[in-house]
Design a protein around this ligand. Structure first.
Ligand SMILES: *Cc1c(COP(=O)(O)O)cnc(C)c1O
Length: 371
């Protein structure tokens, strides 16, 4: 290792995962590369996903989408979050599709299209029961009416209609059939208003794999793209793309009864070796995981001794031979006994996305193979 710590990103794994979704479902893949590609690097992840057969990219906001374009990515991109009063001119000139859930936003996008002499490609977003983004059913007729008028005028092209599911990764998927029923109603109403969107999309990673009825034309694949199995208890052949590891900086032999790290609340039970690892909560090691978390070091799982500090943790490695420069693995695919993202999520009482997006900017990303 050339650096103190690193996140190794396996781009072939991302391509493989995109391909896996295409093959398993028979529908197209929108690779979700928001939040810096779930921490993997948005542009690199996007290129790998496109190489694996994804045809669309999705990010939350305009800044993320424009950064992809600045890096030379020409594939279709959708954004779905922006503040009131967002200026859409740059977005439209960059050929970025916009999700729209209100008449006001439709009018703003149309205005920007007229000003830039472009046609705004919009995807109408419907709230079918998640109560987060999207238009509530009471507002669908007015939204569809206005979209239809602007479509006829030529300022707007209604390219997509979509919704997001609240419980596809829950064991019982409660509320999900009702959301799909509600979406069917929305599509009928849209058709009645004269709309014929060519791209219908609802499924996230978990829904794409386990609910065929949710697949439609396109599936929005986030966590699965990065190789984390999204359906509890099911394996679909996805390959985890990220490994986070660091060099041991220092080891020391200490007697029984030695307090370790802030608060001294971890006390060694026997004479033991402590190993200092330069990854802390600023790097994404969750503080809440102290007391249960482990790293893999020289083939052995070693517990984190005491609290997680901002820049470092101490491992209690017992009598394991460890030297400065040995490599401690926070998580990886799990093939060699190292913890996985799922382990860290469980230890921290959070979800896998939180662990991946939490890996800090200070940890250099290294890409394999070199792009
Ligand atoms: C983040 C996100 C996704 C990806 O969901 P995964 O469960 O990670 O596959 C899909 N659609 C929208 C709207 C999202 O915000």
């Amino acid at each position: 290792m050339d650096t103190m710590a690193e996140a190794v990103v396996d781009l072939d794994a991302i391509a493989h995962n995109a391909r896996t979704f295409v093959e398993r479902t028979g529908s197209d893949v929108m690779a979700i590369v928001k939040a810096n590609g779930f921490g993997h690097g948005a542009t690199r992840a996007a290129r790998a996903a496109l190489a694996g057969g994804a045809t669309w990219l999705g990010v939350a906001g305009a800044t993320e989408a424009l950064a992809l374009r600045a890096d030379g990515i020409t594939a279709p991109v959708l954004i779905w979050m922006y503040p009131p009063g967002q200026a859409f001119e740059k977005v439209l000139l960059a050929g970025i599709d916009v999700s729209v859930a209100t008449v006001e936003a439709l009018d703003a996008v149309a205005e920007a299209a007229r000003a830039t002499l472009t046609v705004a490609n919009v995807h109408l977003k419907l709230d079918t029961g998640m109560s987060r983004g999207g238009a509530l059913s009471d507002d669908w007729p007015a939204l569809f009416e206005r979209a239809s008028a602007l479509h006829r005028e030529g300022a707007v092209h209604v390219r997509g209609i979509w919704s997001h599911l609240a419980s596809a990764e829950e064991p019982d998927m409660h509320g999900l059939p009702e959301q799909l029923d509600s979406f069917d109603v929305a599509r009928r109403l849209a058709a009645d208003a004269g709309l014929e969107p060519e791209i219908v999309h609802v499924a996230n990673s978990a829904a794409a794999l386990r609910v065929p009825r949710s697949r439609f034309d396109l599936q929005r694949v986030g966590i699965g793209l990065y190789g984390v199995e999204p359906v509890p208890g099911e394996k679909h052949g996805l390959r985890p793309a990220m490994t986070v590891r660091a060099q041991v900086l220092l080891t020391k032999r200490v007697p029984a009864g030695t307090g370790v790290n802030y608060g001294l609340d971890y006390v060694t039970s026997t004479e033991t070796t402590l190993a200092l690892v330069p990854l802390g909560f600023a790097d994404g090691v969750p503080r809440q995981a102290a007391g249960v978390a482990e790293f893999l070091l020289n083939g052995v799982r070693c517990p984190v001794a005491g609290r997680v500090a901002m820049d470092q943790v101490v491992l209690d490695v017992g009598d394991l031979p460890v030297r400065a420069g040995d490599v401690a693995v926070m998580f990886g695919p799990g093939d060699h006994g190292e913890p996985t993202v799922h382990d860290w999520a469980r230890w921290a009482g959070t979800n896998t996305n939180d662990i991946l997006t939490g890996i800090g900017a200070r940890v250099p990303r290294r890409y394999e193979p070199q792009p």
